[in-house]
Write a protein that binds this ligand. Structure first.
Ligand code: THU
Length: 140
């Protein structure tokens, strides 16, 4: 018998968020969910715009909801998209996640029914730039 998925609620939140995505232009709905340091789950979908570059990704929505709720650490993240290839976070979203997450943060990649992959954030964004780079005692 297979063991229960430890991130079941997070995965379901990403799938639910995808249902609320606003993607009338690409028709490529994405949902994301993040679990914060209090165990709370925050979720959001991509939000496109008629001025195309003004749209933003699902991960950005979920992170904004977390920050608005006072969350400051991401302990796990899930992204839900439907495509032949697993829908991994775009480069910009990897950096956005990294602001709040450690290298060992699991990033679950799911579609409607199956977790297609689980990556460490540090594998998705190796040798990353982060807040620690801005912590210096030698201010100019
Ligand atoms: N998208 C996301 O929401 N997250 C990603 O990590 C990849 C791409 C969205 C942006 C755009 O609304 C649509 O997917 C097609 O690129």
């Amino acid at each position: 018998m297979s063991s229960p998925q430890p991130h079941a609620a997070l995965i379901e939140a990403a799938r639910a968020a995808r249902e609320q995505a606003y993607a009338p232009y690409s028709r490529f709905a994405v949902g994301a969910a993040v679990q914060d340091e209090l165990g709370r789950i925050h979720r959001g979908g991509n939000v496109e715009n008629a001025a195309y570059p003004q749209g933003w990704c699902a991960e950005a929505s979920a992170i904004a909801v977390m920050v608005a709720a006072g969350g400051r650490r991401i302990l796990a993240a899930a992204v839900c998209g439907v495509a032949d290839e697993p829908v991994t976070p775009c480069g910009g979203c990897r950096q956005k996640l990294r602001e709040f997450a450690a290298d060992d943060c699991p990033v679950l990649i799911t579609d409607l029914h199956t977790v297609r992959a689980t990556h460490r954030l540090g594998d998705l964004l190796p040798n990353s730039f982060g807040p620690q780079h801005l912590k210096t005692d030698t201010a100019p």
